[in-house]
Design a protein around this ligand. Structure first.
Ligand code: ACO
Length: 331
C-alpha cells in the first residue's frame, strides 16, 4: 500500500490587521473581554472585492512551490470553506481557473472548521489508492463579509478572521512517514447550534424580505454549547487515534488543534494531561479562520522549524455540524 504524505505547505493572510480595540470602536466589547474568553488579540480582514478563492490562490501557489512542484503536476483539487465565493458553482472551480490548472477534478468540502481534515482524509484515500498523485488541498475563508458588527452579533464577530492555508498531498517514498490515520465524525443533531439561516431552500423563494431584515444573514451560535462539546470531543478523538496506533499522549511531538478558542484548546490539553506548549497556538494573531486554521498553523510551524522529519503530530478539529476529526501524521 502506498502511504500519502504532505509534500508542501503554504499560507496567505490578508494584510489588514483588525485589533480587538478596532472592534471595540464598532460595538460594546473590550480587548480584555475578548482576550480573557478566547485568547484573540487581532485578526486579518480581506478588503472589499476579495474572494475566498483569491486568498486560496496565494496559499496554493506557495504550497505547490514549497513541494518543489509545478502547477501542471497537480491532478486533483479539494477546496474546504464555509464562506464560498458563491453558493454555486463551488469555489474549487474558481480556484482552478485562477491558478490556470487544466481540466482536473475539483471537489468542494463544506465541513466548516473540520473541512481541512475531511479534505485531508479524501486526499489521503485518493493518493493511497493510486487514483491521483498530487492533490492540492486548500482551506480558505472570508468571514469578514458575514459578521454582524453590532451588539447583536458581537459574540460571533469577535471570533473570526480571514485567511487561507494549503497543502499538496502525494505519495511518500518512505512507507513509515506520512498520514497514518484520520478519524472523521459528525453529529447532525447539533446542526442548529452554529449555523447561517439565510439560504433556506424550503422557502419560496429561498431568501425572503423577512429573512433579510430579521438577522438571518448573520451566523447564529450558542457559544456555550459549542464550547462544552468541543472540550469533550477533541480529547475523545485524539485518544481514539492514539489507541488505534498504540501510542500514548507523550509519544506525540506536537498537537496542531483548530484555532477556535484558546480556552477550548487549553481545556482539551488539560483533559489529556498534555503540556499546553505541546498544543500549538496562533489564535492571538488570526482569530478563528475555520477551514484555513490548521494549514496556516502547519505552514508557520514548518517555517519556524518546530517539527522535523519523523516527528509525530496530531491535527484535531471541532466545529459547526457538529463535525470533528483528528489525523495522525509521521512527518
Ligand atoms: N464583548 C463583550 N461582551 C460580550 C460579547 C463581546 N464580544 N459577546 C457576548 N458578550 C456578553 C454577553 O451578552 C453576556 O452578557 P450578560 O451576562 O449580560 O448576558 C456575557 O458577555 C457572557 O456571554 P456568554 O455567551 O455567556 O459568554 P461565554 O463565556 O460563553 O463566552 C464565547 C462566549 C467566547 C463565544 C464562548 O462561548 C466560546 O468561545 N464558545 C465556543 C465558540 C466557538 O468556538 N465557535 C466556533 C466554532 S468553529 C466553527 O465551526 C465555525
Amino acid at each position: 500500500m502506498i502511504r500519502a504524505r504532505i509534500l508542501g505547505v503554504g499560507r496567505y493572510l490578508p494584510e489588514r490587521v483588525v485589533t480587538n480595540f478596532d472592534l471595540a470602536k464598532m460595538f460594546d466589547t473590550s480587548d480584555e473581554w475578548i482576550q480573557q474568553r478566547t485568547g484573540i488579540v487581532e485578526r486579518r480582514f480581506a478588503d472589499e472585492g476579495v474572494y475566498c478563492s483569491d486568498l486560496a490562490a496565494h496559499a496554493s501557489r506557495q504550497a505547490i512551490q514549497n513541494a518543489g512542484l509545478q502547477l501542471e503536476d497537480i491532478d486533483f483539487l479539494i477546496f474546504a470553506t464555509l464562506s464560498p465565493d458563491h453558493h454555486f458553482p463551488g469555489s474549487g472551480v474558481y480556484l482552478q481557473a485562477k491558478l490556470g490548472l487544466s481540466e482536473i477534478g475539483c471537489l468542494d468540502v463544506r465541513n466548516q472548521c473540520t473541512g481541512f481534515l475531511y479534505g485531508l482524509a479524501v486526499a489521503d484515500a485518493f493518493v493511497r489508492a493510486g487514483v491521483y498523485k498530487r492533490v492540492l488541498l486548500v482551506g480558505a475563508e472570508v468571514h469578514s463579509s458575514a459578521l454582524n458588527f453590532t451588539n447583536a452579533g458581537r459574540d460571533v464577530a469577535v471570533l473570526f478572521g480571514d485567511g487561507a492555508g494549503a497543502v499538496v498531498v502525494g505519495p511518500s517514498e518512505d512507507e513509515s512517514r506520512g498520514i497514518l490515520t484520520t478519524h472523521l465524525h459528525a453529529d447532525g443533531r447539533y446542526a442548529e447550534i452554529l449555523k447561517l439561516d439565510i439560504w433556506d431552500i424550503s422557502k419560496k423563494p429561498y431568501i425572503t424580505e423577512t429573512s433579510l431584515t430579521n438577522g438571518d444573514i448573520w451566523p447564529k451560535m450558542i457559544g456555550k454549547e459549542v464550547f462544552k462539546h468541543a472540550v469533550t470531543k477533541i480529547p475523545e478523538v485524539i485518544e481514539a487515534v492514539l489507541k488505534e496506533n498504540n501510542l500514548k499522549t507523550t509519544d506525540i511531538d506536537l498537537y496542531i488543534p483548530h484555532q477556535a478558542n484558546l480556552r477550548i484548546n487549553q481545556f482539551a490539553a488539560h483533559r489529556l494531561g498534555v503540556p499546553q506548549e505541546k498544543f500549538y497556538s496562533n489564535i492571538e494573531a488570526y482569530g478563528n479562520t475555520t477551514a484555513a486554521s490548521i494549514p496556516i498553523a502547519l505552514s508557520e510551524i514548518l517555517e519556524k522549524k518546530i517539527i522535523s522529519e519523523n516527528n509525530l503530530i496530531v491535527m484535531v478539529s471541532f466545529g459547526s455540524g457538529f463535525t470533528w476529526a483528528a489525523s495522525l501524521i509521521r512527518w
